[in-house]
Design a protein around this ligand. Structure first.
Ligand code: NAD
Ligand code: GLY
Length: 365
């Protein structure tokens, strides 16, 4: 019997590097999820010690139908392992297994595995193809799409990396069933982000369906992932290398990255820091007269309802400034923030220190 068509496909159109995001249930074990990928002798699955136990065998089995050699690299779990050491573990494996430049890498896991595997793919033999198989909500709505790959440096998050697009993204919704609730909330931060920056109608839809999303109800969840990917694909296809527009995807990230780096990677989840960072950036937008108090309060409320922190850690105002000054959006020491200037619209700009100080004072504790 002919298998039903794969569920939803969102195309990412980048000249010469276009690819599909395939979203649906049971995709990992389906042979047709992997049809049409670059031919090669070897496939290497990169994953971590948690995801390996859940999905690596299924994926290895499905890939063994297409690839003569399927091997596995298992990295330690956690943001603190998004490092040179982990990257070298991948290179050690590829070289020891005599992988050639046609070898296809498969990133099976969340954003940490996806970012590192993508960077390894960009570097190994100056570039081999890679496929994103995201297994967290955050990775399915954000990190697996758009080709930002990186590792962290002790002095800054995602500071060493490359733009390198995957050849396909395969988002199997079933994998989210094993995700801890804290990780679901963290992923929702990136879903929420797309509303205020790009689609006010989607923001209202999220407000209405948040409880269903928290409960992982299949239909709303699939829609939220699809709409998030559509928005991200649209932005990335216009500005792959972040010379302008793409920066809006970093709403909440200037304050968020400072929180993550200031506390030490892994203390707060990335999505938690982004959630709190969006509250702070919304407050800054309000203080600068760009949005009214009602809109800023809606952002605070939705972050809170998602179970994310709305009060940042008390790192000290100067420390926040120091950490935010290292943000990749900063230019000549001038910190630039993604701010909301109308419902469903964002801009990148700097802000007077006094207003930024007031935001930190009011939103940390
Ligand atoms: P993560 O990769 O650390 O995954 C979160 C946790 O969930 C881990 O412990 C992981 O082992 C576990 N896990 C993964 N899938 C699971 C499953 N199906 N069931 C049970 N447990 C599972 O974190 P994340 O939130 O996915 O990603 C955060 C990272 O993504 C950060 O490093 C951030 O910088 C990066 N990021 C990158 C981009 C980009 O555009 N490249 C965008 C956003 C975030
Ligand atoms: N997550 C931000 C970006 O992909 O640009």
């Amino acid at each position: 019997m002919k298998k039903p068509a794969l569920n939803v496909i969102v195309p990412v159109g980048i000249e010469g590097r276009s690819y599909d995001i395939v979203i649906g249930s049971g995709l990992i074990e389906r042979g047709d999820s992997w049809d049409g990928l670059p031919g090669a002798t070897a496939a290497v699955i990169v994953t971590n010690s948690t995801v390996e136990k859940l999905y690596a065998q299924q994926l290895a089995h499905a890939l063994s139908i297409r690839y003569a050699k399927v091997s596995l690299v298992v990295l330690p779990d956690g943001e603190s392992h998004k490092s040179w050491e982990s990257l070298n573990t991948i290179f050690d494996h590829l070289l020891a297994a005599a992988c050639d430049r046609k070898t296809v890498l498969f990133a099976l896991g969340g954003g940490v595995v996806g970012d590192m595997t993508g960077f390894a793919a960009a570097c190994y033999m100056r570039g081999v193809p890679f496929v994103q198989v995201p297994t967290t909500l955050l990775a399915q709505v954000d990190s697996s799409v758009g080709g930002k790959t990186a590792i962290n440096h002790p002095l800054g998050k995602n500071m060493i990396g490359a733009f390198y697009q995957p050849v396909r993204v395969v988002s199997d919704l079933d994998t989210l069933k094993t995700l801890p609730q804290r990780e679901i909330a963290a992923g929702l931060a990136e879903v929420i982000k797309y509303g205020p920056i790009a689609d006010d109608g989607f923001f209202s839809w999220i407000e209405e369906h948040l409880d269903a999303l928290l409960g992982l109800e299949a239909e709303p969840l699939a829609y939220a992932i699809r709409r998030s990917c559509e928005i991200k694909a649209l932005v990335v296809s216009q500005d792959e290398r972040e010379s302008g527009l793409r920066a809006i995807l970093n709403f909440g990230h200037t304050f968020g990255h400072a929180i993550e780096a200031g506390l030490g990677y892994g203390e707060w989840l990335h999505g938690e820091a982004v959630g709190c960072g969006m509250v702070m950036a919304a407050d800054l937008s309000e203080r600068l007269g760009l949005i009214d108090a009602t809109y800023s309060s809606r952002i605070r409320q939705i972050v809170k309802r998602a179970g994310l922190p709305t009060i940042g850690p008390r790192l000290g105002i100067d420390r926040y400034f120091e950490l935010m000054g290292r943000d990749k959006k900063s230019e000549s020491g001038d910190i630039r923030f993604v701010l909301i200037d109308a419902p469903g619209h964002a801009i990148l700009r700097s802000a007077p220190d006094a207003q930024v100080r007031a935001v930190i004072e009011s939103n940390t504790g």
